[in-house]
Structures are given as structure tokens and as C-alpha cells.
Design a protein around this ligand. Sequence first.
Ligand SMILES: Cc1cc2nc3c(=O)[nH]c(=O)nc-3n(C[C@H](O)[C@H](O)[C@H](O)COP(=O)(O)OP(=O)(O)OC[C@H]3O[C@@H](n4cnc5c(N)ncnc54)[C@H](O)[C@@H]3O)c2cc1C
Ligand code: SF4
Length: 488
Amino acid sequence: MGKPTGFLEFDRVDNGKRDPLERVGDWNEFLVQIGDQDLQTQGSRCMDCGIPFCHTGQLIGNLATGCPVNNLIPEWNHLVYQGKWREALDRLHLTNNFPEFTGRVCPAPCEGSCVLGINESPVTIKSIERTIVDRGFENGWIVPRMPREQSGQTVAVIGSGPAGLAAADMLNQAGHRVTVFERDDQIGGLLMYGIPNMKLDKSIVQRRLDLLEKEGIEFQTGVNVGDNLSADEVKNKFDAIVICVGATKPRDLKIPGRSLNGIHFAMDYLRGSTSSLLKGEAVEISAEGKNVVVIGGGDTGTDCVGTAIRQGCKSVVNLEIVTRPPKERADSNPWPQWPLIFRTDYGHSEAAAKFGKDPRQFAMETIEFVADNNWNLTGLNTTQVDWSVERPGVAPFSRVEGSETTIPADLVFLALGFLGPDPMLTDQFGLETGPRSNILANTNDYETSQPGIFAAGDCRRGQSLVVWAIREGRQAAEVCSQYLASLA
Ligand SMILES: Cc1cc2nc3c(=O)[nH]c(=O)nc-3n(C[C@H](O)[C@H](O)[C@H](O)COP(=O)(O)OP(=O)(O)OC[C@H]3O[C@@H](n4cnc5c(N)ncnc54)[C@H](O)[C@@H]3O)c2cc1C
Ligand code: SF4
């Protein structure tokens, strides 16, 4: 235990954030790291509980409880308190392949389950994680690790998001020859082309990719398996296959006016924005000078808000169909579950600073899109909804009479979630899928309906988080290795 009285002596201090009005003028990361000395003090707040819920990684009541990769949090908190940063880094890498990603973008279910959080502010776990790994890179402690043995067996990993990268890393270290196929022009999945720069700078992603490549993993971009490389070719060439293709099919909003000019899926917008920044090219969809409405909340909605503001939009509104969450945990959402409370993410703070109010409007349904004579979007007709009265067979809510409004809009981004992987790939491999089109495989063996073909990440579990993708990639790699051993 760091310091037996640390949690009594010191208050929680978290990462700082750059001033919203300053940071919307660039695409640099908005989090500001706190100093090492302060973090050592924060590490001392850890109580090293008998049962540290922070690292359980379980679903309780379908909500994440504790760290999904089972990071050894109390151990590295203790080491950080003692100033043993290198040892802390070794502990961190035991459970997490990419702490520099989670230390930036993870919502930190660990902190929601921290025992100190029952009646105090939880330990600032995520900031400590990020600093351990950033320090590791700064000090040159993170260098390529060449696999000690070679099995002579080959594995194809399809998809290069965090699940695919974690699986590839584990399989490569286990001595197998790994090739990662990615249909896009960059490796990284949503780490590269989903989560924007201000949350995760792309040089941070590239730094890890360079290491993995040096360690022997082969990356091939522009290979759309099922299209320009057939499933049969992959099956014939490799001893095992791990599919990590994400849940990339966006949910649509099929209401009158959907085909008007100016309505886009959020990912088309965000991908285009990051791609233009990486390549120094003009952006295809620009929010500059436009009235923007983002339909749907979550990370994707917030990222659209933050991106539109950086591009110089005239106004931004974020519509949510759900009601505003409570300020404090509800009785039905006790510790150590992930707290379902009202949070203000970076994009919301930026909109508030720039335009004077939080962009979110809760319990709002869009009924139709409206346009001018040239089919260009001019606005949305909306209504408020009441979740206490359902419309049987139609929706779990009803419309509030007399609450109809028109919101002016030149651009709409649909951030309504994702429906599963592209069926072209699953059909070609002959994989069974579930009711939401995710690939069927359980978390005991991650094996699909086809032997020797494993699935992990969003394509299996549905739209989720980076940390869950890393966990699934690690676990699928382990069972894939066992399968390969059974062939040898
Ligand atoms: C805009 C946005 C913001 C997000 N922000 C956060 C956040 O802040 N924190 C967080 O924890 N999570 C966040 N998420 C969720 C997180 O990014 C995902 O849960 C995670 O990336 C899933 O990892 P994955 O490896 O399963 O799939 P992905 O990251 O989706 O990667 C799948 C890859 O497979 C490739 N692929 C698909 N089909 C084929 C094929 N046939 N052949 C070859 N390649 C193929 C795709 O091009 C893609 O690169 C966000 C998601 C979005 C959309
Ligand atoms: S990966 Fe996420 S849940 Fe795990 S310790 Fe880091 S911030 Fe917490």
C-alpha cells in the first residue's frame, strides 16, 4: 500500500484540460498531463483494498465494473508512489498492450469501481496509467521485443483496430508469423480514423505501429478481405484466422427527407476530417460557416461536435433521444457499477465556451428533414418525447403534443450507433451471425462457427470501447495459440 494515510491526507487531482477557446483553434490533444511528483502523491491515495474492484473487469447488471484488461492497478499505484516508474511500466504492460491509448481515451470504468469512490473521489487511475507509459516512451524504455521462438505457423488477422492489434501483438510474441490485413489506407481502425486527433494524436498511434512492425508483424493496407482478397485465399494460406473487423455498419434514420443534400453518417465526416489532416488535403465535408446538428450522443456525437467547432461551424446542436441522466448515481445503479450520470465531455464544453450554451437537447426525436427547392437541407422538424408513456408496437416513448420545433441546419451528422460488421466478409467465410449481425462466438473460446477462425472486438461484442477490444484481442489470441498448438 502506497501510504496508509494517503487517501485521508490528499484530495484527488486529475489531468488538466487546455482552455476550450484556445484548444478549438488547433487539433492538438486537449488533456494536459499533471507533474510526476503530483502523480506520486495521487498514487499514494490508493488503499490497496483487500478486494480491489478497480481491476475486476466484470459486467454487473450489464454494466462494466472495473478494468476490462484487469490492469494490476493497486500494484502500479504503489510503485508510482515509490517513484519506481520503470517497474510500474513493466506491471502495466503485463495486462495492457497499449496503455498509451487507454490512458487517453478510456472512460475509466476502473475509477467507477474504486473503493475510495464509495464516499470520496476515486483514485485518478487513468492519468497515472497514461503517465507511466508516456514516461516509458520518453525514457526509451519501450523498445522492440523480438519473439524468442518461432512456431513456423501462420495467422491472418483481419482488421487493424485495437482488437486486431492486440491479437497480432500476442500471437507474434507467441512466435507465430502474423499478417494483418486492413482494407483502409492506414492501420489502426478507429484509433486512426474514428477517434479524432484532439483526443488521441495520430503520432501516438503510429509510434506503437512502428514498434509492432519492427517486432515482425506484417501489415498490409488496402486489402478488403471478401473483396480484393477472397476468404478462400486467406483460408488456404494461413493456419488460423482472427477476425477483428469492427462494427462498421452505421445505423440509419429512415425518415422523410433522408436523401437530401447535407445529411451524412458521422463516420464519413470524422474519417474525412482525420484523413485530410494526415494528408494535408482539403476536407470533403466541411462544417465551416454552417449550422450543424448532430443526431445521437456518445463518443461519436461528441467527436462530431468537437470537429465541427474546429472547422469553424456557425452553430452546433446535439440531439439525444434519451432523457438527461441524473447528477448522482440512481439507487438502481449502485457502486461498483459504471455510474450512469450526467457528464460533460470535451466537445460539449467547447460548444458551451464558443456559443454560450451546452449543445445538447435531451428527449428529442427528429421527425423529418426539410429542404429548399434545390434539395439542400435547411432544417429538422423535431418533437420532444416522453419516456414514461410508450407507443405499443411503435416506440418505447411517446411524442409530446405541441412540442414540435424546427431547428435550422445546413449539415446533419447521424451518430446513432453501429449495427455490426460488413456482411460481405461474414457471408464469404460462412460465419453464423446473431440478431444484431455480430459474429457469433463466445468469450470462452472466441471460435466462430468455422473451426480455426476466431472473432474478437466490436465485430463480436457489438459497438464498445477500446479497452474491451484490447481484452478480446488478447483473449482470442490465447485460444488461437492453443488451437495452433493442437495442430502441431
Ligand atoms: C467516433 C468514435 C469515437 C470513439 N471514441 C472512443 C473513446 O473515446 N474511447 C473508447 O474507449 N472507445 C471509443 N470508441 C469505440 C472504439 O473505437 C471501438 O470500440 C474500438 O475501436 C473497436 O475496436 P475493433 O478493433 O473491434 O474495431 P475497429 O477499431 O472498428 O477496427 C476494425 C478495422 O477492421 C477493418 N476492416 C473491416 N472490414 C474489413 C475487411 N473485410 N478486410 C480488412 N479490413 C477490414 C476496418 O477498416 C477497421 O480498420 C469510439 C468509436 C467511434 C466510432
Ligand atoms: S484501461 Fe481503462 S479501465 Fe483499465 S485502468 Fe486504464 S483507464 Fe482504467
